[in-house]
Design a binder for this molecule. Structure first.
Ligand code: ATP
Ligand code: MG
Length: 332
């Protein structure tokens, strides 16, 4: 296993925020600490070459996990092992083998042209000239860096900055990438570009990736596996195709009839009158097979056209989040 995580926990200590003058003095003299458990005993493993989408509602513990995986934060308990290393303890050696991008922060030098940050990284990581040149050439083309390479980072648009940050994280050819919201705030075209790039790096170079996102299209378009975290716990870890099977049992069959029918009653199927000669049939694919439903309809009615709709990945994920929220309501 390339990445092994066992019973990982992260607690944050926060100063209890008491307002007012008296409380201010009290807080200074007798600070009261509160413990917030952000990650609550998660375990998973990732094999080489996998592309894993790490999703969950706001505050679920995604960024905290990514920070522990990348050696920025030390776990409160539990264990992370990546390529046999402990990200925090073996940090020096470790950082040369991974790349990290935080969509909400940049690692570019704010006042320097992007290209100068790249040159600095070349020195930091001791990247050989030849490797550096080849990689720069590739990233300039695939990420379209030329249009802004010589502008200071602070002048870059969000999309440009993100592309530069991704290049910066990959110049030293890491074989593992951790991305925390690499598509946040980007327009559709920019998102597509980054998705394409990520997919390509995974396919062509076999780079293992874990990335967080709130964009379900990211998941649908680039991931094979998703892990869902909620309140610091993994609530789902499965292949995207299996998630559809597990949670997305509801199907919709839309039918255009050649004439209008008042009532069509089929057991285990809910009929929706869409107006005109159009009706929809909502059913669960584990209760009635779509082929069976179509046969029943075409045998008894004059069917002109029909389409079957699978649930959107958004709908399925929403269901997982809602179930998670529900579980937590019932325990507290
Ligand atoms: N430095 C910190 N000090 C105290 N609490 C923190 C700190 N960082 C995060 N937390 C808390 O830990 C929990 C998990 O935060 P985290 O940033 O990992 O969530 P997330 O899943 O990345 O959410 P989002 O989707 O909003 O980015 C939250 O309740 C958050 O308020
Ligand atoms: Mg986050």
């Amino acid at each position: 296993m390339l990445i092994q995580v066992d019973q990982l926990v992260k607690d944050y200590q926060t100063n209890k925020n008491q307002k007012g003058f008296f409380h201010g003095i009290k807080a200074l003299l007798m600070p009261e600490y509160e413990t917030k458990r952000a990650v609550n005993g998660i375990s998973f493993s990732i094999s080489a070459g996998e592309m894993v989408g790490f999703i969950g509602p706001n505050g679920a513990g995604k960024s905290t996990t990514v920070k522990m995986l990348s050696g920025i934060l030390v776990p409160s308990s539990g264990k992370v092992t990546v390529k046999g290393m402990d990200p925090f303890k073996d940090r020096k050696k470790y950082v040369s083998q991974i790349g990290v991008v935080f969509g909400q922060r940049t690692q570019l030098w704010w006042d320097l042209p992007a290209v100068d940050t790249f040159d600095l990284l070349k020195e930091v990581y001791k990247i050989p000239d030849k490797v550096y040149k080849a990689n720069m050439e590739e990233f300039r083309e695939l990420l379209g860096l030329d249009e802004f390479l010589h502008r200071p980072a602070r002048q870059l648009s969000l999309g440009q900055r993100m592309r530069a940050d991704i290049a910066a994280a990959m110049l030293h050819e890491p074989d593992i990438l951790f991305f925390d919201e690499p598509t946040i705030g980007l327009d559709i075209i920019a998102k597509e570009r980054i998705r394409e790039f990520i997919k390509r790096m995974n396919k062509e170079k076999g780079i293992t990736m874990l990335f967080t996102t709130h964009d379900m299209q990211d998941i649908e378009k680039i991931c094979e596996r998703i892990m869902v975290i909620d309140h610091g716990k993994i609530v789902c870890d499965s292949q995207v195709s299996d998630v559809r099977q597990l949670y997305g049992t509801e199907r919709k069959l839309s039918v255009q009839f050649s004439q209008s029918y008042d009532q069509i009653d089929i057991p285990r199927v809910q009929t929706v009158h869409e107006g005109g000669n159009q009706k929809s049939f909502i059913f669960k694919n584990n209760e009635i097979k779509v082929s069976e439903l179509i046969t029943q309809l075409t045998n008894n009615y004059d069917v002109q056209d029909l389409t079957v709709q699978e649930p959107e990945i958004e709908t399925i994920i929403k269901k997982i989040y809602e179930e998670g929220a529900h579980d937590y309501e019932s325990v507290s």
